[in-house]
Write a protein that binds this ligand. Structure first.
Ligand SMILES: [Zn+2]
Ligand SMILES: [Zn+2]
Length: 212
């Protein structure tokens, strides 16, 4: 078990008011400051300290307290195509059972021993009637965020030639310009040929050096 939960931690909730009578319900809302690393690292996430609105429904059941909820916040990141900063609204839904420590095996059907061991690791428990929502919130927010956020659905990304943001300049292109330059160079080359060859020889040589 980890260290005891601190009821002053805004992500720790108290179920004493709910009581242990199965069927009892409690709804609550709380706005918290986002904890560190709430999101997908280096991609998109809710900045630390930004407001996160939580809406929770606590339901007392035989085994513990079933917590169903929604978290709303604004995430920040950058477009994976054009690298422009972006903001997006996140709405993450979650549902998690926090078991009474003393209800550990009551009414549980033991499956294969392997399954059970794995299961127990993932189980979350109430501690002195408190539960910590942080890991549940984190998992839900990560799931709700896009792995590859884009500033707009059809973001064309960056110009591979110069790095310009193509969404700002849809007609942007280099290919045509390059062809024109190539044509001019070709023309200059052909002018240097022929009867003026000897006169222009030195200049043509300089031009060739400059081109390289
Ligand atoms: Zn973009
Ligand atoms: Zn370009």
């Amino acid at each position: 078990m980890t260290a005891r939960l601190d009821h002053r931690n805004p992500l720790v909730f108290d179920t004493h008011e709910l009581g242990r009578r199965p069927g009892a319900l409690q709804r609550l809302t709380r706005t918290i400051d986002a904890p560190k690393d709430l999101g997908i690292q280096d991609v998109v996430g809710v900045p630390e300290g930004a407001p996160v609105e939580l809406e929770l429904r606590l339901e007392s059941v035989m085994e513990g307290v079933l917590v169903t909820g929604t978290a709303r916040a604004q995430a920040e990141g950058e477009c994976v195509r054009c690298l422009e900063p972006l903001q997006l609204d996140v709405e993450a839904e979650f549902q998690e059972m926090f078991s009474y420590p003393d209800a550990d095996d009551r009414g549980r059907v033991r499956a294969e021993p392997g399954d059970d061991a794995e299961d127990d690791e993932d189980r979350l428990f109430l501690e002195d009637g408190l539960f910590d929502l942080e890991s549940v919130l984190r998992d839900a927010v990560v799931l709700a965020l896009p792995m590859q956020p884009v500033c707009q659905e059809d973001c064309p990304g960056l110009c591979s030639e110069c790095g310009a943001r193509l969404a700002d300049d849809p007609d942007h292109q280099h290919a045509a310009v390059d062809i024109r330059w190539a044509a001019l160079k070709g023309l200059a080359g052909s002018l240097g040929d022929g009867e003026n060859d000897k006169v222009n020889g030195a200049e043509a040589g300089v031009d060739e050096k400059q081109e390289k």
